[in-house]
Design a binder for this molecule. Structure first.
Ligand code: NZQ
Ligand code: ZN
Length: 392
């Protein structure tokens, strides 16, 4: 186990009726607020009005940037960064899902430089020169962007989708009210659950020696939480307990706590980002399709990994611990598939999404960045292309 530093600078207001703390949270930074949001769900559900009431009562001068796309695009970031500069914005208030939050993080960074924000992503990546403070109101449990320093941005002109983590991009304050997720569609709820699960799986399966039993056990509990509560949220969208469990699991899956010093690269996320980049599919759906295939690839390529997959099966999906490891491991993958494709009703293959193999070679090259992905089981571009093939 490696040494690590744990420092989460995000203050969280969790639960109902916490927006009474919005004005005090923003005014620390100033009165000129850029309110960012997506395609309008916050207006439909009345959250926009609630937020504006608080902002007006607090005497803030509000500027707006709406229309941030799912798989947010660099053009939205460019617009937001420019608006921040033109209007001398003090603080950004992002209200939405991961896409709105991610785009807002890079607007915050883009506001502090003279160059194109895409230069933060393309090699050689330009360093940040500070960032405006960001406050968030989360409306979809999935990415953990509310409590991490990452943001993933798409550039449709180049078929690129790139992420980058920076400490300075952590939100200063995040408001997590499970009620704000009651209106999330069954499909987005399912995709969000698959994303949370994947963030944990990416850390749970890692090649480093000396994992902490304590962290592994917490990861298993987080995964069980998703498996238990996502179907309840689908059946009863306004079930507070289910939405609350998913929301807090979303944050803790990626806020650094379960990472605990591990430096191994992730596997399914780099592969999925290519799917989203080329086909603009929902991130969680791509992960759901890839993950079981990746698991089978790992066990075939490196049979020593079977034991860990058996532990996952037993501890997360209650597979019989007396089964031989290879059998238990496969039963675990089958249980995961049942959860994703039957319980959550997600599409199980790429063919049904009208995705063929024509870009697999290029996507695989991009996923491994022209080399080898040093992940749980190292992946060459041929390995990644094989995993994509298995997803057809
Ligand atoms: O745009 P609006 O109208 O708001 O509608 C959104 C959008 O259509 C809708 N929605 C959100 N909250 C809602 C709601 N609809 C009804 N009621 C609500 N309360 O849901 C749709 C999807 O929203 P989006 O923000 O795109 O979803 P998500 O939170 O899953 O974010 C996905 C993005 O985050 C990135 C993904 O790659 C993807 O681009 N990720 C960010 C990460 C991070 N910052 O650390 C890590 C992740 O691995 C991921 O890569
Ligand atoms: Zn993710």
């Amino acid at each position: 186990m490696k040494n690590f530093v744990y420092n989460i600078p995000t203050k969280v207001y969790f639960g109902k009726d916490q927006l009474c703390h919005l004005a005090e949270s923003l005014s620390v930074y100033g009165k000129r607020v850029l309110l960012t949001y997506g395609g309008g769900s916050i207006k439909k559900v009345g959250l926009y009005d609630t937020v504006m009431k608080e902002l007006n009562a607090g005497g803030f001068q509000v500027f707006e940037l709406s229309g941030i796309e799912p798989n947010p695009r660099i053009d939205s970031v460019r617009k937001g960064a420019q608006l921040c500069k033109d209007e001398n914005i003090d603080v950004i208030l992002a209200v939405g899902g991961g896409s709105t939050l991610d785009a807002s993080k890079w607007m915050a960074a883009g506001a502090c430089v003279d160059h194109d924000p895409w230069d933060f992503f393309q090699s050689p990546r330009k360093p940040l020169n500070g960032a405006l403070p960001l406050v968030t109101i989360l409306t979809l449990s999935a990415t953990g962007s509310e409590m991490d320093g990452g943001g993933v941005i798409s550039n449709p002109e180049t078929n690129d989708k790139m992420g980058r983590m920076e400490d300075i991009l952590y939100p200063r304050v995040s408001f997590l009210d499970p009620c704000n997720t009651f209106t999330v569609s069954p499909y987005q709820t399912a995709c969000g659950a698959a994303d949370i699960l994947s963030h944990i799986i990416e850390e749970y399966f890692n090649a480093e020696e000396g994992n902490l039993f304590m962290i592994d056990s917490i990861m298993e509990a987080l995964m069980k939480t998703v498996v238990k509560y996502a179907p309840i949220a689908l059946a009863q969208p306004d079930n507070y307990e289910a939405r609350a469990n998913l929301m807090w699991a979303s944050s803790w899956a990626i806020n650094g706590f379960i990472k605990a010093g591990k430096t191994t690269a992730w596997s399914c996320h780099p592969m999925e980002h290519q799917l989203s980049a080329y086909y603009d599919i929902t991130h969680g759906l791509g992960l759901a399709i890839l993950t079981p295939r990746w698991m089978k690839h790992c066990m075939k390529a490196l049979p020593e990994t079977t034991q860990k997959f058996a532990e996952f099966a037993v501890n997360v999906f209650d597979v019989d611990k007396n089964l031989p490891a290879a059998e238990a491991a496969l039963a675990g993958v089958a249980a995961l598939e049942k959860f994703l494709f039957e319980d959550l009703k997600l599409t199980s293959n790429l063919t049904d999404l009208n995705i063929g193999r024509e870009h697999f070679a290029d996507m695989a090259q991009k996923a491994v960045e022209g080399g080898t992905m040093k992940a749980y089981v190292a992946l060459s571009s041929d390995d990644v292309a094989d995993i994509y093939e298995a997803c057809l």
